[in-house]
Write a protein that binds this ligand. Structure first.
Ligand SMILES: Cc1cc2nc3c(=O)[nH]c(=O)nc-3n(C[C@H](O)[C@H](O)[C@H](O)COP(=O)(O)OP(=O)(O)OC[C@H]3O[C@@H](n4cnc5c(N)ncnc54)[C@H](O)[C@@H]3O)c2cc1C
Ligand code: FES
Ligand code: FES
Length: 1235
C-alpha cells in the first residue's frame, strides 16, 4: 500500500491529493522527517506519497498539509501566503505545492529564489500560470529583490510607478514566519537509526541522488578544478534529473540497475569509465566491472521501454560505484535534451570525455556515450577510435560528424519516434562538446584554432513580473467588493487541504468501487467477452455490460445523448478506450484487477486515425460548414501575390489535476439518486442519469462542490462516467464511486481537437490581404460530442483580428477512430486563429516586410463587419495593440534581437506581436438567493466552480446589489435541486450570465426590502431583513443573452454578444543545435472591461496564456498508427512547469474600457487570453527564420504546432541536419502519427 492510499483511505486525511500516481505532478507531496543518529541531524524531505510504500516509513515522521495549519486553528505562513497571493485557483495542486515549500523552509528558513524554484521542479499546476505562487513565496526569500528588480525599483510592485494601480496583495499583511515555532519531531522516533555495521560499508554509497549531489558539490569545492570534470558532469545531469521529490528518494544504484536507455547518469558513468562493484549475495564474492567495457554494455542490455531485466544474476547486487577524478588534460561534458527542461525524461542524453596529450591538441583518449539511441546506453566506439591521434580541429569535427551519422543510426520505426531529430542531436551535442573543448584548449594555449562561435547556452533566469490593473476608484464603499482584487473565497481552505473535492467525500459504509473495461482496439467487432476469471476474483460484486441503451431511449438523433452514444451499448468498438463495460467490487484495487482480467476477443476492422486518412477516405460527419463573404474571384484577381500554405495543430489533453470522478448514492425511495460529480454540467448529468435509470429528472440530484480544474474537459465527457456509475449504483442499490486513473482519463475522455488548415491567400504589395480561401479539418473522433460547435467557432475566428474583404472558410469534421474530442478552453477559436497567423506570417515573410507592420496594416477598425456580418462596435483592439507595442518597447526590442542574431550563430532570438479577438456568446442562467433572519445570505447559481473564481465573483456581485459585505454571503455548492436547467459552465460567459441572474435575484430581494429601508434609513441590514412581516426572503433570478442567433445559410444574425480583445508580444531564444527554447519575455494587454475582480482576471489571463504556451510549444499527444494513445501521464505528456514562465512577464488590464453588454461593465476572460501564447510560437518561428538565413534559406516555411524542440531543430536546417536525412515516408511504419 502506498502512503497516499493509507492517508486518504485509512486515515481520512484527504488534504493530500491524487493527481497521477506516478510521481509526475506533485499533488501528493508530503514531508517525511528522519532523525539521523550518527550526525544527530533531523532530515526533512519532500516526497511523493503516491510512490512511497508504507513499509518504507519505518521510524519516519510524516507531515501532511493538515499537520501544519488549518483555517479553524491557525494557518501556517506557507498556506496563508499562497492563498493571499492568489496562487490557488482550483486548489488541487495547492496542498502539494504548500508541502514542497514547507519542506524547503524546514531545511532552509531563508531560501533564495533559486531554491524556491528548485523545490517546485516536481510540482505542476494547470490553473495559475505559476507566477502568483512564486510571487507569494518570494516573500520568504528576504521579501524581494531589494530594489534591484526592475528599472522602477521593487520586483513586487505593480505598474510602472507613474500609473495608479491597486496591489494584488500586500506582503506586509502576512503573518510573520517564525521557524522556531514548527512542530517538533516525535522524540519516540529518535532511536538509533544507524544501520548495524554492514560487512560491506560501501552500501552506504548508494544513497539518494540529492545526497550524492551534495557529496559531489563538497568535493568540487575542495579539489583542484582539473580533477572535477566528471563530478561536474554528474552534477549537471542531476540538476535536470526528475523533480526534487524523486531525487530525494531515488538512489543512484536504482538508476544504474534500472538500465533505462534514457538514464541520465549512465552515459556519464560510461564515458568517464566508472567502475561498479557487484556482490553475489550467496557467495559474498565481489566483481568489479567497468561500465565502458564490453561486458558493461551487455550488462545494461534490455529492450527499450519493456523488458526491465539486466544481465545481472538475481543474487547479485550493486555495492558501489567508483567515479574517477578527472586527469589534467581530460575534459568531460554531459548533455540532456528533453521535451521540457524541468522534470522530464530525456529524448537523447549524452556524455563525452576527451583526454588530450599534454602540450598538444591531439586526442589521446575519447569516450562518447549516448542514451536514447538504442535499447541501452551506448558508446560510439567506432567514432571514438577513428578520432584517436587526431588534432582537435575542423578536420576532426568533419570526421566525427560523418562517422556519428553512420554509427548512431536508428530504425525509422524506433520506439519514441523523433528519429531524424535524435540522430541529428548526436551530432549537435558532439559539436557543442567540440566547441567547449576548443575554448578550454585556447585557455590552455595549446591551440590557436577558433571557430568564431561560442557554446550555445540559453540565457539564465530571474523571473520578474509586473501586473497592471485599474485602481479602485477613490471613495468607493469598502463594502462594495466589485473591482477589488479579492482572494478566491476557497483559497485558504484549498491551501490547508480542508477544501472538499468529490473524491474527498468520506466513504459510505457499504460503498463499492467501479472500474471500467475498455477497448484495446480502435475499430473492431466484439466477438466474445469472457468475464469468468474476473468474477472469481476477490471482492467482485458485479460485472456490468450493455446495461443501457441510451440512444435507443432518446429517440432524438441530434440530442447530446445520441452524440455521446458510443458507450455502453455497442457490439462494435470505435476507438481504443471505448467503454465496453464495468466491474464493481469492494475496493478500487479489486475492481481494477478484475477489470483487467476480463478477456475480450475482437474482430479487427479497418481504422481511420489521422485527419489525412479521413480526408483520403472522405470520412466526415455532416454538416460541412461554410462562411463566405465578398467575391473570392475578384479578390484573387485584385491581389498582387497569391500564396498557399498549410498547418497542422496538434491536440491537447486537459490535464485538470483532478481526474474525472463520480459518486452515486441511491436514496432508497422512489428511484431517487444523489450524484456527486466533478462536472461543469450539473443539469446535463442529471438528465442523462435520469434517462439511463429510466426515472424522471426530479428523482436525480446532482451536486458539485468544486472541481480540481475543468477547462472544458468536464463539460460533456463527465456525463459518460457519471451515467455508468449511476447505473451500477441503481442496480446494486449501494453507493458506487469511481475516480479515473490518470492514464484512463487521458485515454478515454478526449481533448482539444487536432486541426489541419489549408489556405490560399491573396494580398497586395503593401501587405494588405484582399482574399482568403481557407479550409479547416478537425479530428473529431468516434462521436460528434460538441465538435460541430467547436468547428463553427474555428470558422468564426478564421480571420482573427484582420479585415479581409473577400473570404471563404469551410469546415470539415473528420470521423476517426479516436476517442471523441471535446470542449477545451477556446473551443476551436485558438485553432482557427493559429491558421490565420500562419498565413499572416507567410504574407510578411514573402514580402520581406516586418510582420508587426503587416499585421497592423490588416487590423480591423471600429465599425467594420466580420465575415459573418457582425459589426465591430466598442472596438478596443487598436488600443490594446498600441499599448502592447509601447509596454514591450517593441521597436527597441526588435533592434536588439536583430543585433543579437547578427552576433550569434547557434542561438537566435525571435520576436512576435499577435492580437486576438474572441467572440462571447452563451445561453441563459439562473440564481437563487435566500436571506436568513440573522442577515446571512445563502446564494446559489447555475455555474460550477472549477478554480476560475466564479463563486467569488458572484459573491462580489451580490455584495454590491445587496449592499452588504461579502462575509455575509455564502455559496455552498451547485446543485440541480436549487437552480434547475442550467447551462454548462463554459464559453467564458459564466460570470456574465450567472452574474446577471444573481443581480436579478438580489434586486428582487432589495425591492422587497425597500419599504423597510425607507422606514428606517439609519437601520442596519439585519434591521431591514424582516421575516415577521411575512416578507419573502427568498428570490430566484434569471438571465438570457439577448438577440443571439446566427444563421449559416443566410450569413446573418448575431453570432456573438460582444468580443474580448487582447494583444501579446513575446521574445524567445532558441538553441539552434538542440531545438530547446527559452521564453524570455511576454507583454500582455487584455481588455476585460471593468474587471469584477482584477486578481482573478489576471489569474485567468496568466493561466490561459500558460495553457496556450503548452498547446503551441510543448504538449504533444502521440498516437500509434493503430490509434493507441502512447502518452498517458505526466511522465510522457508534458504540460508547462514553473520553469516555463517567461523570464519577464507583464500583464496589463486595459483601463477605461467599460463593456455595456455584461454585468457591471465587465468582460469574459476565461478563454480569450489563451490564444495570446501564439506570440511565443511566432517568436520561435521568427528565431528559426534567423537561423535558416545562416544556411542561406529565406521565405515562408511550414511549422506545425506545437513548436517542439524536435520541430525547431529540424527547421533550423544546417550542416548537421543534412547528414541525417529523414527516411522516405511510406517505407516504414512510424512509432507515432500526426493525428
Ligand atoms: C517521476 C520520475 C521521474 C524520473 N526522472 C528521471 C530522469 O530525469 N532521469 C533518469 O535518469 N531517471 C529518471 N527517473 C527514473 C529514476 O530515477 C530511477 O528509476 C531511480 O533512480 C531509481 O532509483 P530507486 O532507488 O527508486 O530504484 P528502485 O526503483 O528501488 O530500483 C530500480 C531497480 O533496480 C534494482 N536495484 C536497485 N538497487 C539495486 C542494487 N543496489 N543492486 C541491484 N539491483 C538494484 C531494483 O531491484 C529495481 O529492479 C524518473 C523516475 C520517476 C518516477
Ligand atoms: S499523485 Fe503523486 S506525483 Fe502525482
Ligand atoms: S490551482 Fe493549480 S492545478 Fe488548479
Amino acid at each position: 500500500m502506498t502512503l497516499l492510499t493509507y492517508l486518504r483511505r485509512k486515515l481520512g486525511l484527504t488534504g493530500t491529493k491524487l493527481g497521477c500516481a506516478e510521481g509526475g505532478c506533485g499533488a501528493c507531496t508530503v514531508m517525511v522527517s528522519r532523525y539521523q543518529t550518527h550526525t544527530q541531524q533531523l532530515l526533512h524531505y519532500a516526497v511523493n506519497a503516491c510512490l512511497a510504500p508504507l513499509c518504507s516509513l519505518h521510524l519516519v515522521a510524516v507531515t501532511t498539509v493538515e499537520g501544519i495549519g488549518s483555517v479553524a486553528r491557525k494557518l501556517h505562513p506557507v498556506q496563508e501566503r499562497i492563498a493571499r497571493a492568489h496562487g490557488s485557483q482550483c486548489g488541487f495542486c495547492t496542498p502539494g505545492i504548500v508541502m514542497s515549500m514547507y519542506a524547503l523552509l524546514r531545511n532552509n528558513p531563508t531560501p533564495k529564489m533559486a531554491d524556491v524554484e528548485e523545490a517546485f521542479q516536481g510540482n505542476l499546476c494547470r490553473c495559475t500560470g505559476y507566477r502568483p505562487i512564486l510571487e507569494g513565496y518570494k516573500t520568504f526569500t528576504g521579501g524581494c529583490c531589494g530594489g534591484k528588480g526592475r528599472e522602477n525599483g521593487c520586483c513586487m510592485a505593480n505598474g510602472n510607478g507613474a500609473e495608479k494601480t491597486t496591489p494584488l496583495f500586500t506582503a506586509t499583511d502576512f503573518a510573520p514566519f517564525d521557524p522556531t515555532q514548527e512542530v517538533i519531531f516525535p522524540p519516540e522516533l529518535m532511536v538509533n537509526t544507524h544501520t548495524p555495521k554492514h560487512k560491506h560499508s560501501e552500501l552506504e554509497l548508494i544513497h539518494d541522488l540529492n545526497h550524492m549531489g551534495a557529496v559531489l558539490k563538497e568535493m568540487v569545492k575542495t579539489l583542484p578544478p582539473h580533477q572535477n570534470e566528471v563530478f561536474l558532469a554528474v552534477l549537471e545531469q542531476l540538476r535536470w534529473f526528475a523533480g526534487l521529490q524523486i531525487r530525494n528518494v531515488a538512489a543512484v544504484g536504482g538508476n544504474i540497475m534500472t538500465a533505462s536507455p534514457i538514464s541520465d547518469l549512465n552515459p556519464v558513468f560510461m564515458a568517464a569509465g566508472c567502475k561498479l562493484t557487484l556482490m553475489d549475495k550467496g557467495t559474498h564474492t565481489h566483481t568489479h566491472i567497468h561500465l565502458c567495457d564490453i561486458p558493461g554494455i551487455c550488462f545494461l542490455l534490455r529492450s527499450e521501454f519493456t523488458d526491465k531485466t539486466t544481465t545481472l544474476r538475481p543474487q547479485e547486487v550493486l555495492l558501489s560505484i567508483e567515479i574517477p577524478y578527472s586527469k589534467k588534460n581530460q575534459f568531460v561534458s554531459a548533455f540532456k535534451q528533453s521535451p521540457r527542461r524541468e522534470d522530464d525524461i530525456s529524448i537523447v542524453t549524452a556524455a563525452m570525455s576527451v583526454t588530450i596529450t599534454p602540450g598538444t591538441d591531439v586526442v589521446e583518449d575519447l569516450g562518447l556515450s549516448y542514451g536514447g539511441m538504442a535499447a541501452t546506453t551506448v558508446l560510439a566506439k567506432k567514432t571514438a577510435s577513428r578520432l584517436l591521434g587526431r588534432r582537435w580541429g575542423e578536420g576532426l569535427l568533419e570526421e566525427a560528424c560523418s562517422s556519428l551519422a553512420e554509427e548512431m543510426t536508428l530504425d525509422p520505426s524506433a520506439p519514441g519516434g523523433m528519429v531524424t531529430y535524435r540522430q541529428t542531436l548526436t551530432l549537435s551535442l558532439f559539436y557543442k562538446f567540440y566547441l567547449m573543448v576548443l575554448q578550454k584548449l585556447r585557455i590552455y594555449q595549446v591551440t590557436t584554432l577558433t571557430t568564431g562561435f561560442t557554446v550555445p547556452a540559453l540565457a539564465s533566469r530571474c523571473v520578474s513580473v509586473t501586473c497592471v490593473l485599474q485602481a479602485v476608484p477613490e471613495g468607493r464603499s469598502q463594502d462594495d467588493a466589485v473591482g477589488r482584487p479579492m482572494m478566491h473565497l476557497s483559497a485558504l481552505k484549498q491551501a490547508t487541504g480542508e477544501a472538499v473535492y468529490c473524491d474527498d467525500v468520506p466513504l459510505y459504509e457499504n460503498e463499492l468501487y467501479l472500474a471500467l473495461v475498455t477497448s484495446s482496439k480502435a475499430h473492431a467487432n466484439i466477438l466474445s467477452i469472457d468475464s469468468s476469471a474476473a468474477e472469481q476474483m476477490p471482492g467482485v460484486t458485479v460485472i456490468a455490460r450493455h446495461q443501457v441503451r441510451l440512444s435507443d431511449q432518446s429517440g432524438d438523433s441530434d440530442s447530446l445523448m445520441s452524440r455521446l452514444v458510443t458507450f455502453l451499448f455497442s457490439v462494435q468498438v470505435t476507438c481504443v478506450g471505448h467503454i465496453i463495460g464495468a466491474v464493481v467490487a469492494d475496493t478500487q484495487l479489486h475492481a481494477q484487477r478484475a477489470a483487467k482480467a476480463v478477456r475480450i476477443q475482437y474482430e479487427e476492422l479497418p481504422a481511420v486515425v489521422t485527419i489525412q486518412e479521413a480526408i483520403a477516405a472522405q470520412s466526415f460527419y455532416q454538416p460541412i460548414r461554410t462562411i463566405q463573404k465578398g467575391d473570392l474571384e475578384v479578390g484573387f484577381k485584385q491581389a498582387d501575390h497569391i500564396l498557399e500554405g498549410e498547418m497542422h495543430i496538434g491536440g491537447q489533453e486537459h490535464f485538470y489535476l483532478e481526474t474525472n470522478v463520480t459518486l452515486a448514492v441511491p436514496r432508497g425511495e422512489d428511484g431517487e439518486m444523489e450524484v456527486f460529480a466533478s462536472t461543469q454540467s450539473a443539469s446535463k448529468t442529471q438528465s442523462l442519469v435520469a434517462k439511463a435509470l429510466g426515472v424522471p429528472a426530479n428523482r436525480v440530484v446532482v451536486r458539485v462542490k468544486r472541481m480540481g480544474g475543468g477547462f472544458g474537459g468536464k463539460e460533456s465527457r463527465t456525463t459518460v462516467l457519471s451515467t455508468v456509475v449511476a447505473v451500477a449504483a441503481n442496480k446494486l442499490k449501494r453507493p458506487v464511486r469511481c475516480m479515473l486513473d490518470r492514464d484512463e482519463d487521458m485515454l478515454i475522455t478526449g481533448g482539444r481537437h487536432p486541426f489541419y488548415g489549408k489556405y490560399k491567400v491573396g494580398f497586395l504589395n503593401s501587405g494588405k490581404v484582399v482574399a482568403l480561401d481557407v479550409s479547416y479539418y478537425s479530428n473529431t473522433g468516434n462521436s460528434m460530442d460538441l465538435s460541430l460547435s467547436v468547428l463553427e467557432r474555428a470558422l468564426f475566428h478564421m480571420e482573427n483580428s484582420y479585415s479581409v474583404a473577400n473570404v471563404r472558410g469551410r469546415g470539415y469534421l473528420c470521423r476517426t477512430n479516436l476517442p471523441s474530442n471535446t470542449a477545451f478552453r477556446g473551443f476551436g477559436g485558438p485553432q482557427g486563429m493559429m491558421v490565420t497567423e500562419s498565413w499572416m506570417n507567410d504574407v510578411a515573410q514573402s514580402l520581406g516586410k516586418p510582420s508587426e507592420e503587416v499585421r497592423r496594416l490588416n487590423l480591423y477598425v471600429e465599425g467594420e463587419l466580420t465575415p459573418y456580418n457582425q459589426i465591430l462596435d466598442q472596438f478596443t483592439l487598436d488600443r490594446c495593440w498600441d499599448e502592447c507595442l509601447s509596454r514591450s518597447v517593441y521597436q527597441e526590442r526588435r533592434a536588439a534581437v536583430d543585433l543579437y542574431n547578427r552576433q550569434n550563430r547557434w542561438t537566435k532570438r525571435g520576436l512576435a506581436i499577435v492580437p486576438t479577438k474572441f467572440g462571447i456568446s452563451f445561453t441563459a442562467a439562473g440564481a437563487l438567493a435566500h436571506i436568513y433572519t440573522d442577515g446571512s445570505v445563502l446564494l446559489t447559481h447555475g455555474g460550477t466552480e472549477m478554480g476560475q473564481g466564479l463563486h467569488t465573483k458572484m459573491v462580489q456581485v451580490a455584495s454590491r446589489v445587496l449592499g452588504i459585505p461579502c462575509s455575509k454571503i455564502h455559496i455552498s455548492e451547485t446543485s440541480t435541486n436549487t437552480v434547475p436547467n442550467t447551462s454548462p459552465t463554459a464559453a467564458s460567459a459564466s460570470s456574465d450570465l450567472n452574474g446577471a441572474a444573481v443581480q436579478n435575484a438580489c434586486e428582487t430581494l432589495m425591492k422587497r426590502l425597500e419599504p423597510y429601508k425607507t422606514k428606517n434609513p439609519k437601520g442596519t441590514w439585519e434591521d431591514w431583513v424582516t421575516y415577521f412581516d411575512r416578507v419573502n426572503l427568498s428570490a430566484n433570478g434569471f438571465y438570457k443573452t439577448p438577440d443571439l442567433g446566427y444563421d449559416f445559410d443566410s450569413n446573418s444574425g448575431r453570432a456573438f454578444n460582444y468580443f474580448s480583445y487582447g494583444v501579446a508580444c513575446s521574445e524567445v531564444e532558441i538553441d539552434c543545435l538542440t531545438g530547446a527554447h527559452r521564453n524570455l519575455s511576454t507583454t500582455i494587454v487584455m481588455d476585460v472591461g471593468h474587471s469584477l475582480n482584477p486578481a482573478i482576471d489576471i489569474g485567468q489571463v496568466e493561466g490561459a496564456f500558460m495553457q496556450g504556451l503548452g498547446l503551441f510549444t510543448l504538449e504533444e499527444l502521440h498516437y500509434s498508427p493503430q490509434g493507441v494513445l502512447l502518452t498517458r501521464g505526466p511522465g510522457s505528456y508534458k504540460i508547462p512547469a514553473f520553469g516555463d514562465i517567461p523570464t519577464q512577464l507583464t500583464v496589463s488590464l486595459l483601463r477605461d474600457a467599460p463593456n455595456d453588454k455584461a454585468i457591471f461593465a465587465s468582460k469574459a476572460v476565461g478563454e480569450p487570453p489563451l490564444f495570446l501564447a501564439a506570440s511565443v510560437f511566432y517568436a520561435i518561428k521568427d528565431a528559426i527564420s534567423a537561423a535558416r538565413v545562416e544556411s542561406g534559406i529565406s521565405g515562408p516555411f511550414r511549422l506545425d504546432s506545437p513548436a517542439s524542440a524536435e520541430r525547431i531543430r529540424n527547421a533550423c536546417s544546417d550542416r548537421f541536419t543534412k547528414l541525417c536525412p529523414p527516411a522516405e515516408p511510406g517505407t516504414f511504419r512510424p512509432w507515432s502519427v500526426q493525428v
